[in-house]
Each structure stands twice: as structure tokens, then as C-alpha cells.
Design a protein around this ligand. Structure first.
Ligand SMILES: C[S@@+](CC[C@H](N)C(=O)[O-])C[C@H]1O[C@@H](n2cnc3c(N)ncnc32)[C@H](O)[C@@H]1O
Length: 264
């Protein structure tokens, strides 16, 4: 998969190109990353990428022209790399608080695309006409505002790259993560067997695989019911709950397990 990013802070992307699973997947050739700085597409001495908003008010707005030129250069490079001019264009995403909230299902869909172009905003906003003419989709990473689109873009890239076959050493672990099957993940334990007088749950030491799997499933149901009950409903509608799950849910009314403040 090819990913192009338009950002005035390309150096920030070393966080994913030089560290962890995303860096290893890059080395393995599972994806490629190219950054395009709109400042390189300005024509004035100050290399300006922002200006005051029409209508007044606080903050600055990113200029459409340098962004449009950076997107055009990135699109051309992606098309050339695709083997022929006019190869299917990259799907263009603007990271934005006004976008649709990102979900696991959308991450899986995006991971199946051959090329993506991500635009990271800064300041108050980017000129709306750029969004109207150059962007296919706006994505929000949560109901809060950060200072720029770089961290949201890196979060999106990380979520996508770990879905690429071979990116995570044990591909199965991705399937067991929260949201993959509609529920939150279960709790995990490792050595020592007793930590500050708290032993590991006995079932995990039993070696009984079916019982361990059931215990994990029930803890996942318990956590999801307590912290994100809407996910239980969604999993039910999607046919992701089996008869044992329904029996467990019927016997266990929702209760608050804490540590998930503000999540429902
Ligand atoms: C300071 S924010 C602009 C916030 C904007 N004035 C608003 O209230 O919606 C600057 C940039 O950060 C990025 N950004 C901030 N919060 C985001 C979020 N929750 N999801 C995705 N991108 C975000 C966007 O690219 C945005 O253009």
C-alpha cells in the first residue's frame, strides 16, 4: 500500500516510519510513505501557507493553493508509481474534527485500498474550497481537538498498517483486539504468578483451552457491557453473539466496572 501525506511538519512522521510495527512493516515493503510539504509549493519569500480568515475572527486559515499544488504533486507521483499515468487515483482523506468518527470497520476497508493521500490541517482550518474540490472523505479521530492533523494521520496510518497481512508478527492477535469482533478485549496477565498478593485467575493456569477461551469471552462481554453497552447491541445486530454469549448476558445484568469513566 502507498500512503502520501500532505503536512507542514513532515519530520513528525518519523514517529511511525522509525519505530515499532509500522517501521518494521515499512522495512518489509508492506507499505510506503511519502510526505509533501505545502511550503515547498509556495512562491513568496516567506513561504506562507496561511492567511487571515475572510469575515474576520481569530486564527489563521491554510491557503488552498499550496495545498492544491502539494496534492497534485503527490497524486502525480502515486499515479506514476502505479505504472501508468492516470492509474486509479489515491483515496483522499482530510483529518478533521468535522469528519465522520473513525471505526475499526472503516480502518479495515481503508486497509484494502491500494493508495491513500492524507491531508493534515493546522491553524483554525483549511480553506473550504480545497476540501470541496480535492477531498473524498473527512475523518475524525475523536470528539476533541488537537493542534494539527499529523497525530490523527499517524493514528490512522498505524491502525491501517497493523491490518496489512504480515505487519503484526502473529496476525491472529489483530483479530483478538478490541473492536475486531465487535467487543472490547479481555484482561491479560503475565509473570509473576502473584503480584502484590494478587494471583493470576486460576482458570488461566488450568491448561484447559476451551475453559480459558470461554473465560476470556465472558470477561470481554462483561467489560463491553459495563463500559460500552452500545457495542453489545451492535454485535447482536451483526450476528456476532452466539447462544453461550446470550445466555451469559441474560444471567448478568449490566454493572459498572469502573476505569472507563466518560465512555458510557
Ligand atoms: C486546531 S485544529 C482545527 C480545529 C477546527 N477549528 C475545529 O474547531 O473543528 C487544526 C487541525 O488539526 C486536525 N485535527 C484536530 N482535531 C482533530 C480530530 N479530532 N480529528 C481529526 N483531525 C483533527 C485537523 O486537521 C485540523 O484542521
Amino acid at each position: 500500500m502507498r500512503i502520501d501525506v500532505v503536512s507542514i511538519f513532515p519530520a513528525m512522521f518519523a514517529a511511525i516510519s522509525e519505530h515499532g510495527i509500522t517501521a518494521r512493516a515499512l522495512e518489509r515493503g508492506l507499505w510506503s510513505l511519502e510526505c509533501w510539504n505545502p511550503r515547498d509549493f509556495t512562491h513568496d519569500a516567506y513561504r506562507r501557507v496561511d492567511d487571515r480568515p475572510y469575515g474576520g475572527g481569530p486564527g489563521m486559515v491554510m491557503l488552498a493553493e499550496p495545498l492544491a499544488a502539494a496534492i497534485a504533486a503527490a497524486s502525480q507521483a502515486a499515479g506514476d508509481a502505479g505504472g501508468h499515468a492516470g492509474a486509479s487515483p489515491s483515496h483522499r482523506i482530510y483529518l478533521s474534527p468535522q469528519g465522520r468518527p473513525l471505526t475499526h470497520d472503516r480502518v479495515v476497508e481503508l486497509a484494502a485500498m491500494p493508495s491513500l493521500l492524507l491531508v493534515a490541517g493546522r491553524y483554525e482550518a483549511i480553506d473550504q474550497r480545497l476540501i470541496d474540490t480535492r477531498i473524498d472523505e473527512e475523518i475524525c479521530i475523536g470528539d476533541f481537538v488537537v493542534s494539527g492533523g499529523e497525530l490523527p494521520a499517524m493514528m490512522l496510518i498505524d491502525a491501517i498498517v497493523r491490518m496489512l497481512p504480515g505487519a503484526v508478527n502473529d496476525d491472529e492477535s489483530v483479530l483478538r483486539d478490541s473492536f475486531a469482533d465487535g467487543l472490547l478485549d479481555c484482561p491479560h496477565y503475565t509473570r509473576p504468578e502473584v503480584f502484590e498478593s494478587m494471583p493470576v485467575p486460576a482458570v488461566l493456569m488450568s491448561g484447559h483451552h476451551a475453559r480459558i477461551a470461554r473465560w476470556r469471552r465472558e470477561r470481554a462481554l462483561e467489560l463491553t457491557l459495563a463500559r460500552r453497552p452500545e457495542l453489545i447491541e451492535r454485535a447482536r445486530t451483526a450476528g456476532r453473539l452466539d447462544r453461550d454469549d446470550e445466555r451469559w448476558l441474560a444471567a448478568h445484568p449490566a454493572r459498572d466496572l469502573g476505569k472507563g469513566e466518560g465512555t458510557g
